[in-house]
Design a protein around this ligand. Structure first.
Ligand SMILES: Cc1ncc(COP(=O)(O)O)c(C=O)c1O
Length: 461
């Protein structure tokens, strides 16, 4: 074993890897460099980043304007306590107010999406008291600490529940997931049952303070709701005096074409949280934005929340240049053009691979849902398989990595979310590799023959 390999092994031995049994944290890949849409390992192997790392490196790696701003701030003032104000905080707020939906003009800063949601929970429960219940949806992730993980519908909440690290007062509503409608209905004859059921829940539950939504569901499926869903949900919230809380930690920052995903439906929430892309992931920042009405409540009531790193100067130094880079990029027309290209390429891929049950998404935020049987939509894995066995999507992403394509996998979906700077040629590169590795699942696809019994696929022979 080389000296370098020994150092990596010692690193893994002395650190906790995230979301895993630790014996799986044996040989993390050493990354030496990253630039544009690529990153490079210790042997100079190049990987195309098709998931923007954790759907956060939206501006790609090594953006000069952001780096220069961070360096300047590090030389000037890396830290000052949150009770003071300094230039990078003021310019961050000024720039954010030019993109955050109108009406959401009072901001709180932290250092992650989890913290942004935790702050929102405290604020909304104080503001809405004595109402305290939060309605969330099963296909969701909202953070790792007690508040955020309690709103989370995916498997990670179940682990937190076992560890007794959740808060009370969260209820789960059905998803707006047309491919697998929880009511077994079809759009549009469904009459938007997924939204109407929330109205029913609010009235039957009582004490409901808010509904938290990822406007386009991120990790848990890139699920784009029916066009009428958010306008109807906004109305339901207003009629029942319930806050609409949009978690745009992942869906924000032009990933869906608009600055924030909920703007695709011309709906304004009462609370909006974001993180990840707000700095292009160059520094850690979480943002909680509220309406003026909520802000006015805290004029007299104590907003009893804060962190040592609230308004962290070095972190905030990346916000203004990131906002400016996003605007420049969107004005260039490149993301809009390439997003249509990605869409067409993914639908063409669906025609060639029988393991693809569904292709869905918007902008640079796409999912390929892998199924064992296209007709019955039988999945390869169940929700509880996560963390217990290697999922089919993980096999595919591991094979892609060997061919130089980084692509995240979660449950039954592969995450196609390249940085917004990606070009059509680079999309082709990624699609070519996907085309090869999807055969792993094609080989295990089950056909339903005429008599209704299942046979293994002969696909792609
Ligand atoms: C929608 C959503 N909310 C919250 C979070 C938590 O953000 P963080 O990992 O920065 O704490 C995530 C992370 O993936 C997310 O996707």
């Amino acid at each position: 074993m080389s000296k370098e390999e020994k150092r990596i092994e010692a690193f893994a031995e002395h650190t906790y890897g995230t979301w895993r049994a630790q014996k799986g944290w044996m040989e993390p890949l050493f990354i030496k460099d990253a630039e544009g849409v690529y990153f490079y390992d210790k042997n100079d192997r190049r990987y195309l980043d098709f998931s923007s790392q954790l759907m956060c490196s939206n501006l790609g790696h090594k953006n000069k304007a952001i780096i220069e701003s961070i360096v300047k701030q590090a030389e000037n003032m890396p830290y000052i306590a949150p009770g003071f104000v300094q230039e990078s905080a003021i310019s961050a707020v000024e720039s954010l107010l030019t993109v955050i939906p109108l009406g959401l003009d009072k901001l709180f800063f932290s250092t992650s999406g989890t913290e942004a949601n935790e702050a929102a929970l405290k604020m909304l429960r104080e503001y809405m008291s004595p109402n305290y219940k939060v309605i969330s949806r099963y296909h969701s992730y909202h953070g790792s600490t007690p508040g955020g993980i309690s709103f989370t519908g995916d498997i990670r909440r179940m682990y937190a529940e076992r560890a007794r690290c959740t808060v009370e007062g969260v209820r789960f509503a059905p998803d707006s997931y047309c491919y697998r409608c929880p009511f077994g209905l079809e759009y549009s004859s469904c009459k938007l049952q997924c939204a109407e059921y929330i109205d029913y829940m609010i009235k039957e539950e009582g004490n409901v303070a808010a509904i938290i939504v990822e406007p386009v569901v991120g990790t848990n499926g890139r699920i784009v709701p029916a066009p009428e869903y958010f306008p109807r949900l906004r109305k339901i919230c207003d009629e029942n005096n319930v806050l609409l809380f949009a978690d745009e930690v992942m869906s924000g920052w032009y990933r869906t074409g608009t600055a924030f995903a909920i703007q695709n439906w011309n709906v304004t929430p009462d609370i909006l949280t974001t993180a990840k892309g707000c700095t292009g992931a160059y520094t850690p920042v979480g943002i909680t934005a509220t309406t003026r009405k909520i802000a006015e409540f805290f004029e007299e009531n104590v907003m009893c929340h804060g962190h040592t790193y609230t308004f962290h100067p070095l972190s905030l130094s990346a916000v203004q240049p990131a906002v400016s880079e996003y605007k420049k990029l969107m004005n260039s027309g490149l993301p809009q053009k390439v997003s249509r290209y990605i869409e067409n390429k993914l639908y063409a891929l669906e025609d060639r691979h029988e393991c693809i049950g569904d292709v869905r998404g918007i902008g640079h935020f796409w999912a390929i849902e892998i199924v064992k049987n296209r007709k019955t939509k039988e999945p390869f894995n169940k929700k509880t398989d996560k963390f217990q066995k290697v999922l089919m999507t993980q096999k595919i992403s591991a094979a892609a990595m060997k061919l130089g394509l980084f692509i995240n996998a979660w449950d039954d979906t592969l995450v196609i979310s390249p940085p917004l700077i990606v070009t059509e040629g680079q999309v082709d590169e990624g699609i070519e590799i996907l085309d090869k590795v999807l055969r792993i699942a094609d080989e295990e696809v089950m056909h339903t023959d005429v008599a209704g019994s299942r046979t293994t696929a002969e696909f792609n022979k």
